[in-house]
Write a protein that binds this ligand. Structure first.
Ligand SMILES: Nc1ncnc2c1ncn2[C@@H]1O[C@H](COP(=O)(O)OP(=O)(O)OP(=O)(O)O)[C@@H](O)[C@H]1O
Length: 255
């Protein structure tokens, strides 16, 4: 079976710094894969290569069999790649609904929303998008705050809004960057349930960058571990967490 996401030998450097040193990784439809590793290991850099923010110097990244390296971000998004960001990228002076609707648009020109938010529509009608956004708000228990300005809401709620926004594009592959960061324990548990449900009910593949090992072991089918841009281990989350090389990488980062 062809994997939905196929990463092969991706290399990315910033001047003399090798952020990604040839990792290869597959993610299948409906699979939840954790991408873990110490600070600076290259996790976000790999996300940025998959999503088109960075272009690797070499290697291949395919989504549903289609090479995406070098494609503009909106083309990669239209192939079914959605994303949330480590440092939440919402518009604080817009409502929750407006922010979620922004997930249906990409950069620059066109349509009513272009005037409002400076964005371009993906291709659905306004009515369809609004209906989907409202359904997503309900699914993520955000209906009560739909008309509130995002800037007035607590952090845990902002994370759910970001997820709803990413889901509006109906991604086949969802890249989720440190969703548990800043959440209290009960919110992390809820988040874990939500991520598993998204994979089970929508068949979405999820690649999850996360430092919260409780969340990783509870939601991921598999984990891949990066260290200094290299893939040092992958497999069952509990087994990988005991792998001496992985333990050493984390201890080294803490030293
Ligand atoms: N735009 C950039 N310019 C220069 N260096 C960068 C850039 N982006 C990432 N790096 C460097 O690449 C390396 C990998 O960074 P990256 O953010 O991918 O790691 P990470 O595993 O996501 O870390 P963290 O867990 O702290 O978020 C780091 O040394 C980082 O400083």
């Amino acid at each position: 079976m062809t994997a939905l996401l196929e990463v092969r030998d991706v290399r990315l450097s910033f001047g003399g710094l090798q952020a990604l040193d040839g990792p290869s990784l597959d993610v299948a439809d409906g699979e939840v894969v954790g991408l873990i590793g110490p600070n600076g290991a290259g996790k976000t850099s790999l996300f940025n290569c998959i999503g088109g923010l960075y272009r690797p110097q070499s290697g291949s990244i395919k989504v549903a069999g289609r090479e995406v390296t070098g494609l503009p971000r909106h083309r990669i998004a239209s192939l079914g790649v959605g994303r949330t960001f480590q440092n939440i990228g919402l518009l604080p002076s817009r409502t929750v609904l407006e922010n979620v609707l922004a997930g249906g648009y990409h950069s620059t020109t066109g349509g009513w929303w272009a005037t409002t938010l400076g964005l371009r529509r993906i291709g659905r009608s306004e009515t369809e998008l609004s209906a989907r956004a409202i359904a997503l708000l309900a699914e993520l228990e955000l209906s009560d705050v739909a008309g509130r300005m995002v800037g007035t809401l607590p952090f845990g709620t902002l994370k759910r809004i970001e997820l709803a926004r990413a889901l509006l594009g109906e991604p086949r592959l969802l890249l989720v960057d440190e969703p548990a960061n800043g959440l209290v324990h009960s919110e992390v548990l809820e988040l874990g349930t939500t991520l598993r449900r998204l994979a089970a009910e929508r068949g979405a593949a999820i690649l999850l960058v996360e430092h919260h090992m409780g969340l990783v072991t509870s939601v991921c089918d598999r984990v891949a571990v990066l260290d200094f841009g290299r893939l040092i281990a992958q497999g069952d989350p509990h087994e990988v967490a005991r792998d001496p090389q992985v333990v050493a990488a984390y201890l080294g980062s803490a030293a």
